[in-house]
Design a protein around this ligand. Structure first.
Ligand code: PGA
Length: 250
């Protein structure tokens, strides 16, 4: 059985005091029985605090980015081993905002995936097409390229350690969600692609998350799709009650 995962992408939100409040809200109200692995991703400055305060809980801590080198003259950057040392277990890699605003290329993302795995940090590897590609019917090809170029160099053993997140760019922060059928169609496509490149068994083991305007009101329907194994949640992960409702929808 592959893992169900609900991960919050906090983006550049929440200072230390706000992080404390949000984590308190989550830990106080998280139900005892949860079927999903829960992950939060505070800003770099609050990762250590988050880890220390979540140690006794089932909530894992992710970074929102990772650097592709071990160490050295990269002013302003943070390495995977630094993240690992403060308790980070997962890293969001290839989010569309980083691809778009920071020009992160497939080659760079491949190096980030490698670096993450080398440090035993699970990549939450994001893919997704922009609206013009969807409208032109090129969405499958775009996602195929993104996955192939940054992750298909991995051995099957390595690939099994990654989590894929499908986030159509037109659905991120727009309030416009992919329909459950659109999500299922793409998730199935991704799983088939993995099966072709590796094996059916590998494909069956990979958790594929959906992201893009997931809210308490639509989570259940999206999560009920057979190839949707959870979600990467932006805006709604910043409200403890909403995030918990989403976790309960799995
Ligand atoms: P959203 O963001 O839930 O606010 O649409 C999702 C994401 O960017 O991961």
């Amino acid at each position: 059985m592959r893992k169900k995962i609900v991960a919050g992408n906090w983006k550049m939100n929440c200072n230390l005091a706000e992080t404390k409040l949000l984590l308190e809200g989550l830990t106080q109200h998280l139900p005892n029985q949860i079927t999903a692995e829960v992950i939060v991703s505070p800003a770099f400055t609050n990762l250590h605090y988050a880890f220390e305060n979540l140690k006794e809980t089932p909530i894992h801590v992710a970074s929102q980015n990772i650097h592709e080198n071990d160490s050295g003259a990269f002013t302003g950057e943070i390495s995977a081993s630094m993240l690992k040392a403060v308790g980070v277990s997962h890293a969001i890699i290839g989010h569309s905002e980083r691809r778009e605003i920071y020009n992160e290329s497939d080659a760079l993302l491949q190096a980030k995936v490698n670096q993450s795995l080398a440090n035993e940090i699970t990549p939450l590897f994001c893919v997704g097409e922009k609206l013009p590609a969807r409208e032109a019917g090129q969405h499958f090809e775009v996602v195929k390229q993104q996955i192939e170029k940054a992750t298909f160099h991995l051995s099957a053993q390595e690939f099994k350690k990654i989590v894929v997140a499908y986030e159509p760019v037109w659905a991120i922060g727009t309030g416009k969600t992919a329909s459950p059928e659109q999500a299922q169609e793409m998730h199935k496509f991704i799983r088939d692609l993995i099966a072709q490149n590796y094996t059916e068994t590998v494909a069956d083991e990979i958790s594929i998350l959906y992201g893009g305007s997931v809210k308490p009101a639509n989570a259940k329907e999206i999560f009920s799709m057979p190839d949707v194994d959870g979600g990467l949640i932006g805006g709604a992960s910043l409200k403890a009650d909403d995030f918990i409702e989403i976790i309960k929808s799995i």
